[in-house]
Design a protein. Structure first.
Lengths: 287, 263
């Protein structure tokens, strides 16, 4: 359920040609060809309607509100959770853990990744262990961390940290490694010192892609958090889900999962917004 | 007075099994204000030679002197223009051009005077505040040349700067570059694989051979300046062209034969 999205793709401008009706097949089934803006909107709304509609249909066919609640029921339950069960509290706990774990991971991973990408010595030293640990699933550390740290916040934050840090470091390293030599060389031949080249050319050259990497790893952080909360926690969306399962409340589980999805969508949109505001100079990937 | 001298430069790379000689004892001097071109087949090491001249690569043997003084590091005295433009995408055209003056701590008023002048000269009016992504290939390279000139180098090193441009744009850029060169009279060392380009631009042409890279022939281009589009159709141009083509053809044949012999 990682929220990795393909590179943001700018819609290709559709050509204003002679107003001649083109066949359906030619319009919609030519690879990489832009479709009319209205069709894009209709399809986007349509997909949402399709998903909810299928769900609704399924619920009314099964007629078992206990295990397959209808969308309407879930909305009602969600409201009830917020008003009567203090679900917002759990959301708050989860958000706090995510933000703390993610920030701590980013603060360590971004500088180290940049150093590994630019200095071969640093890379040679850190790359082998990080690469190995990356393949150890963060969730496998949970029992060990419970032994070492107990069931408190630091255990959850450490899980997120492990899940994010090792991935992010390598992504940032690759980004740094891809900065073209010629960009740096131009600066040297304009009289820049090594330090000037580092902070005036190398760092700014990596920024946009680093923010992209943060956006992607943020999605992974949610996965690790929920796993950690499912295993053992007093508060949080994950523990709420676990309790709901004990009471056979599929509606509550579904409402909680959808809440995570919406939170993810919000953070993703925020990252995209920051990206567009901070880096207006980045060339968009063409469709 | 700003001349660049390359003396007995050799470059060898050691791979696991053997040593490869990329450049073998190359010496050349570009006197003050001369426009020198290096032509040669791809893989002859001409770009490596230019990187050595810039101080970006340390040669195995030999040294590079600017105004008689040996240099070991890159510096603002040798500005470089690359084929890939390599403008900084996060800076506007103006800030790109002012990059050199900025790191030299030139006063802002003076900086913007320099950049305004170069923006006009390089026909980038109206694009001063645009980001590089808004520019065409030719405009990007004009901005990159402006950036190199704004650094006020003694010597301008150009590595196939027009190699990625289409033929029409390339011709326009060559004419623009000769204009600019006649205005600033910089010492230029220009690497290209395009023979016509070398003859049109250069005072002198060094023809390089490949593997190991060596200077095979030196030709003085005695076509008077200012050179224009008509220069390309003149008889002297054709003569020089035939000479260079002949040498390069001979060398290419030799290269193929030696490859066959090795096979």
């Amino acid at each position: 359920m990682s929220r990795v999205r393909a590179a943001r793709v700018a819609p290709a401008p559709s050509a204003v040609g002679p107003r001649r009706r083109r066949g359906f097949i030619r319009t919609y089934l030519t690879p990489k060809q832009a479709i009319p803006a209205r069709a894009r909107l209709i399809l986007a709304v349509g997909s949402f309607v399709f998903v909810v509609g299928t769900w609704w249909l399924l619920a009314s066919l099964v007629q078992n509100a206990l295990f397959v609640p209808s969308p309407y029921q879930v909305v009602v339950t969600w409201w009830d959770m917020m008003v009567n069960l203090g679900f917002y509290n759990d959301v708050g706990w989860s958000a706090f853990r995510i933000i703390a774990g993610f920030l701590l991971a980013a603060v360590a991973a971004v500088p180290l990744g940049l150093l590994m990408g630019s200095f071969e010595a640093v890379r040679s030293f850190f790359n082998p262990p990080i690469n190995a640990i990356r393949y150890m699933p963060a969730s496998a550390f949970i029992p060990l961390l419970i032994l070492l740290q107990g069931l408190g916040e630091d255990e959850k934050i450490t899980i997120i940290w492990i899940g994010v840090f090792f991935q992010l470091v390598l992504m940032v390293m690759d980004i740094a490694h891809r900065v073209p030599d010629e960009m740096l060389n131009v600066a040297y031949t304009l009289g820049a010192s090594r330090w000037t080249v580092f902070y005036k050319v190398f760092l700014p050259a990596t920024f946009p892609e680093v923010v992209d990497a943060l956006r992607i790893t943020m999605g992974w952080a949610w996965t690790y958090l929920i796993v950690a909360e499912l295993v053992a926690a007093e508060h949080g969306i994950g523990s709420f889900i676990l309790i709901a399962e004990r009471y056979l409340r599929a509606d509550r589980i579904i409402a909680a999962i959808i809440t995570i999805g919406i939170l993810g969508l919000i953070t993703d949109t925020l990252f995209s917004l920051v990206h567009r505001r901070a880096f207006p100079y980045v060339e968009k990937v063409r469709a | 007075m700003s001349e660049i001298e390359i003396t007995d430069v050799a470059m060898r790379f050691r791979s696991r099994h053997r040593e490869v000689t990329a450049l073998e004892r190359i010496s050349l001097t570009v006197p003050d204000g001369q426009f020198a071109c290096i032509v040669g087949p791809s893989g002859c090491g001409k770009s490596t030679l230019l990187m050595i001249a810039a101080g970006l690569i340390t040669p195995t043997e030999g040294e590079v002197l600017v105004d008689g003084k040996p240099t070991f590091e890159p510096g603002a005295d040798r500005g470089m223009v690359f084929q890939s433009y390599s403008l900084y995408p996060w800076l506007s055209v103006r800030r790109n051009i002012e990059f050199g003056p900025e790191i030299k701590k030139v006063r802002p008023a003076e900086r913007s005077k320099t950049s305004s002048e170069l923006i006009h000269l390089m026909k980038l009016d109206g694009f001063a505040d645009a980001y590089p992504k808004a520019l065409s290939g030719g405009m990007k390279q004009r901005a990159a040349i402006a950036r190199a000139l704004a650094g006020d180098p003694e010597v301008l090193l150009m590595d196939e700067p027009f190699g990625a441009l289409d033929a029409q744009t390339r011709q326009i850029m060559q004419e623009l570059l000769t204009d600019i060169w006649q205005r600033y009279r910089k010492t230029v060392l220009f690497v290209t694989h395009d023979i016509d380009e070398a003859i049109f631009l250069g005072d002198v042409i060094y023809v390089m051979t490949s593997r190991p890279g060596r200077i095979r022939t030196t030709l003085a281009v005695d076509i008077p300046r200012p050179r224009t589009f008509d220069t390309l159709t003149g008889p002297r141009f054709a003569e020089l062209r035939n000479q260079v083509v002949g040498v390069i053809h001979e060398e290419s044949l030799k290269a193929v034969e030696s490859e066959l012999a090795r096979a």
